[in-house]
Design a protein around this ligand. Sequence first.
Ligand code: PLP
Length: 319
Amino acid sequence: MTYLALNLSHYVNGVAKKHGEVSRKLLVPRDTDHHYTIDHITNGIHLETWAAPSFAKLFDRFLPGWRADNASLRGALSIPATEFWEAHQTAKQDLIDEINVRTEASFDAEIFTLGFARRATAYKRANLLLQNRVRLKSLAEQAGNLQIVFAGKAHPQDEQGKQLIQEIVRLKDTMLPEVKIVYMENYDWDLARFITSGVDVWLNTPQPPLEASGTSGMKAALNGVPSLSILDGWWLEDRIEDVTGWAIGDAKSSDMGEADCSDQDAELLYEKLQNIVLPRYYEQRDSWLRIMSHAIALNASYFNTQRMIQQYVLKAYYE
Ligand SMILES: *Cc1c(COP(=O)(O)O)cnc(C)c1O
């Protein structure tokens, strides 16, 4: 069916630059006769849907017209930095309230909070962060405490995905009190809106090169929440280290195919968290605010559906 579709399609694309490359390697034969090429158009998110109320208000005030012209979010660089903190703490408090109503976790808005929410399936490696719990607990002890919000459902037939959820639920209370973990049930758009806008950093740890694009990190960036992510999918295109967020490892180690490099990736994740991310958050507030503004100005101004649809119109629909 794939080859039938490829040969009968007027235009074929991957959903991120890297996904285009990987798809060409998989699906474009070198020698035999074929009638297609594979381009890419990187995914985007609908900004009005994913902006938290506090950020929508902030953009309305400083960048009127951003809804009709998403690219004008570039102007986020001119918004006074303290405004970002205020809008973020409002979104964060909304999330914390939601968590504390739905669960017994009793989260606290003053504590650094990581978010991880997506389909529970093996390649997304939700358990990577918990690989070395002694290490995680000790870095939290050293830098300031840590809260982690997990969410995501497994497909009913995805046994590995279900096991991932069970593993996290089983381990979640083993690093208290320094590391507080909650696994939220029933991940849907409503919950996604709370989590992507209310955490401090968005964590993304797929097994490269399997993440076609990823979109939840774009939702986070729009709300000034930088990503800490493996270099795969969209993050390869707009990660500027310590400016829009952070990479876990480098692009080379992200290209080892399906070989399992989880131990190595977990170690790189702990190092980045300990040496860069936590100190920025707890001790270098000015740097933190600058990164929030760049996530909005550089990531959200581009990774939106307005830019994406324009590219589909130009490259696919009217070509
Ligand atoms: C955004 C979103 C997704 C997709 O997130 P990815 O980062 O692309 O995996 C899945 N489920 C819900 C409810 C979402 O809001």
